[in-house]
Ligand binder design. Structure first.
Ligand SMILES: Nc1ncnc2c1ncn2[C@@H]1O[C@H](COP(=O)(O)OP(=O)(O)O)[C@@H](O)[C@H]1O
Ligand SMILES: [Mg+2]
Length: 295
């Protein structure tokens, strides 16, 4: 377990954490620590509890056991310093909201309003907010299409603007729930590179939920892999191995490494909750994807 440098607190920490939903334990005995500026991938099958873990860090779900802290506070206490990208927001093709307005919503779309430091005078505050939105759009490279209606943009363009929305308050921690989902391979690669560049430039810690670790392999400091109600945390080369995943799942799992370094996880069982998924079609699709894409 890494030690924070200079006495700084972890960006996020779980100790011996357990979550229950509706009387069922989703995961337990989970301990992990995300250092400042660290890029951690959160992996696992659908239903393994990845989004649940983000909800815990946001203070939206209590722990049944153990402790959690985020930026030195109890979960929920530092949410204004967290940029959160929820899983799969859906934009209808007819949505007229411009990209720029979507990013702006990240500044004032919650009960805190504009952050302090934007001035007291209304005109000054508006100008500061406009400048902040423009800077953030530049940061993610979305300037060319930020004036267009969001519903007309490609998945990759939408995802860059959503990342800008999560970044616009200049958070110290980014929680991104499957930002690569529904992107084609080139966009998975470029959004992964974008997140890595931003966290290096701004020193932001990132916890990114992903189904497939491959687009992230060259960027992640560590991974947390959720399966069978538990987690293993460590460098990719230590966690995504036949031995570690077989022990975690409790059944034989094989990890293959292609000559280009890409990893394929073979034979992992699906999470038990999968069978109760209400969305039958999505379920089949996700299940399929889980076995084609390596985790
Ligand atoms: N609000 C809820 N009510 C009941 N069960 C839930 C709720 N949210 C999540 N779950 C269950 O918790 C488990 C973990 O869900 P989730 O964290 O969304 O998994 P993941 O993000 O890894 O796909 C699943 O079995 C899911 O069905
Ligand atoms: Mg999820």
């Amino acid at each position: 377990m890494a030690i924070a440098i200079g006495g700084n607190e972890a960006s996020a920490e779980l100790r011996d954490a357990e979550v229950r939903i509706g009387g069922r334990t989703i995961w337990s005995e989970v301990s992990m620590r995300i250092e400042q500026g660290e890029f951690v991938g959160l992996l696992g099958e659908n239903g393994s509890g990845k989004s649940t873990l983000l909800k815990v860090l946001l203070g939206a779900l209590p722990l049944r056991h153990g402790t959690a802290s985020v930026l030195g506070r109890a979960p929920g206490g530092a949410n204004s310093a967290i940029g959160f990208l929820p899983q799969r927001p859906v934009f209808g093709a007819g949505l007229r909201l411009r990209g720029r307005d979507l990013v702006r919503l990240g500044l004032d779309g919650d009960r805190w309003g504009l952050p302090l430091g934007f001035g007291r005078n209304a005109a000054t505050r508006r100008a500061a907010a406009r400048a902040r939105v423009a800077d953030t759009i530049e940061l993610v490279g979305a300037g060319a299409y930020a004036e267009r209606p969001i519903g007309e943009l490609s998945g990759g363009e939408q995802q860059r603007l959503l990342i800008a929305q999560a970044l616009v308050r200049r958070p110290r921690l980014l929680l991104l729930d499957e930002p690569l989902d529904s992107l084609d391979l080139p966009n998975q690669a470029s959004v992964s590179a974008l997140v890595d560049r931003i966290r290096r430039e701004a020193g932001i810690a990132v916890l990114l939920v992903a189904h497939d670790v491959n687009p992230l392999l060259s960027y992640l400091d560590r991974v947390a892999y959720l399966a069978a109600g538990h987690a293993v945390v460590g460098p990719v080369r230590e966690v995504i191995t036949s031995e570690t995943l077989t022990a975690l799942y409790g059944v034989p799992v094989e990890v293959l490494r292609a000559s280009d370094g890409r990893l394929a996880v073979i034979g992992q069982p699906e999470a038990p909750a999968h069978h109760h998924d209400r969305h039958g079609h999505d379920h089949d699709h996700d299940h399929e994807a889980a076995h084609i894409h390596a985790s």
